[in-house]
Design a protein around this ligand. Structure first.
Ligand SMILES: [Zn+2]
Length: 408
């Protein structure tokens, strides 16, 4: 699952005062968000900023409606400090998941709460058709939320612009080859749209609001129609030189194995562990109702086709987890996306004893594999977190966040 790059994160702040100021605002917003509520002195202590700098930034953020006063915290003697928290009503972001057959549009407030949700089915994937559906869904959600809009994020499947892997299979979006999706979507709705591949967006969503909230280095294996990988490294997504990092769906897991439904090569992971293959197997057995709720029901009834797919997915995903650990050394690997929680839990259980890897430490704070927490709407919520992520996340999170006492 891949797409265009949405820009890079600077590795150094330099001496540019404007950039430092912007960075400090992010640090303050992020530290308050992660702690729930904090007083000015506490913020200064955690961020290593001067009291004056914190006072100025807090005033500015309150003025903009991004932070709000929470009253005073009773503690010890003397005047108790005023507490500040992120203002949920301050602004909203919109996230749109464009899949081959449906579009999900959600709005999140600043606290990450879901404020609106619309799901519409798509009859075609042609750009003209999708762009018009996109603008009408967007304006419907915008109207229902009412709050100031901070930005719109879109996720769509790729990969794009790769010879032989471009819009050829059922897990990509036919008709979009060679189109600059970010530009087309921005022009259609009249404001800047951030576009990302679904797996990376899902990982950002888990990092901000889900299982990755306190984990700064993790991999997320994402079930869309295909299988993707989002990588969070030192708190920010790792995209690779061309924005295509994480295309694990097309890693060979069985040499000379099954033909991949997407790229046509033999033995890709996507040919075994994808939701697309599960639905194909069900269809072959005469089961054509295989939407999210149907999968939940089939799993509960221990449908043999679903059971067989879960076994097979676990067989190929277990070694993949160990490979990711050996290559990237994450704190944990999160499994999530468009599958019912109970099925993901079962895949994790059936992976059994994972192959030994660099992650086979005796002392671990976290299990090697966790289930994601953002559920069925993972991709759309991830999309909505993209503009949010740009606002609250310090772009140089590595050492500064640690220095700021942000739970890593
Ligand atoms: Zn493939």
């Amino acid at each position: 699952m891949t797409i265009h790059t949405i820009g890079t994160y600077p590795v150094a702040i330099g001496k540019n005062p404007e950039r430092s100021r912007d960075h400090n605002r992010r640090v303050v917003l992020d530290v308050v968000r992660r702690h729930g509520s904090l007083g000015r002195a506490h913020i200064a202590k955690l961020t290593h900023l001067t009291s004056q700098a914190v006072a100025n930034i807090v005033d500015e953020l309150v003025g903009e409606g991004l932070l709000m006063e929470m009253g005073r915290l009773r503690s010890g003697r003397g005047q108790p400090p005023i507490q500040f928290a992120v203002n949920p009503e301050g602004a909203a972001t919109i996230g749109v998941e464009i899949a081959a057959d449906h579009m999900v549009t959600v709005a999140l407030d600043l606290s990450g709460r879901l404020r609106a949700k619309r799901i519409t089915s798509l009859r075609k994937t042609a750009p003209d058709y999708i762009l018009s559906a996109f603008t009408s869904e967007l304006s419907a959600v915008e109207k229902s939320v009412g709050a100031r809009l901070l930005g719109t994020g879109v996720v769509m499947p790729g990969p794009f612009e790769i010879d032989g892997m471009t819009s050829v299979g059922p897990t990509t979006l036919p008709g979009w080859a060679g189109i600059d999706a970010a530009q087309a979507l921005s022009e259609a709705c009249g404001h800047t749209v951030v576009v990302e591949n679904d797996a990376t967006a899902a990982a950002v969503g888990e990092r901000l609001f889900g299982a990755g909230l306190t984990i700064s280095n993790f991999c997320m294996i994402y079930f869309g129609v295909g299988v993707g990988l989002g990588i969070i490294q030192d708190g920010v997504p790792y995209r690779g030189a061309f924005g295509n990092a994480g295309e694990i769906g097309h890693v060979t897991v069985v040499p000379k194995g099954r033909a991949c439904p997407s790229c046509g090569q033999l033995g890709c992971l996507e040919g075994y562990a994808s939701v697309y293959v599960l639905k194909e197997k069900l269809a072959c057995a005469g089961i054509t109702d295989s939407e999210f709720g149907d999968l939940e029901r089939l799993h509960r009834a221990e449908d043999p086709v679903a059971e067989e797919w879960i076994d097979e997915a676990a067989t190929y995903l277990g070694p993949m987890v160990a490979m990711l650990e050996n290559i990237l050394d994450p704190q944990t690997v999160i499994l999530g996306g468009a599958l019912p929680d109970a099925i993901i839990d079962d895949i994790i259980i059936r992976m059994g004893n994972l192959p030994t890897s660099v992650a086979s430490r005796r002392q671990r704070d976290l299990p090697r594999v966790l289930r994601g927490k953002t559920g069925q709407l993972t991709a759309a919520l991830g999309a909505a977190s993209l503009p949010f992520f740009d606002i609250v996340t310090p772009k140089l999170e590595t050492s500064l966040a640690a220095a700021a006492g942000v739970p890593a």
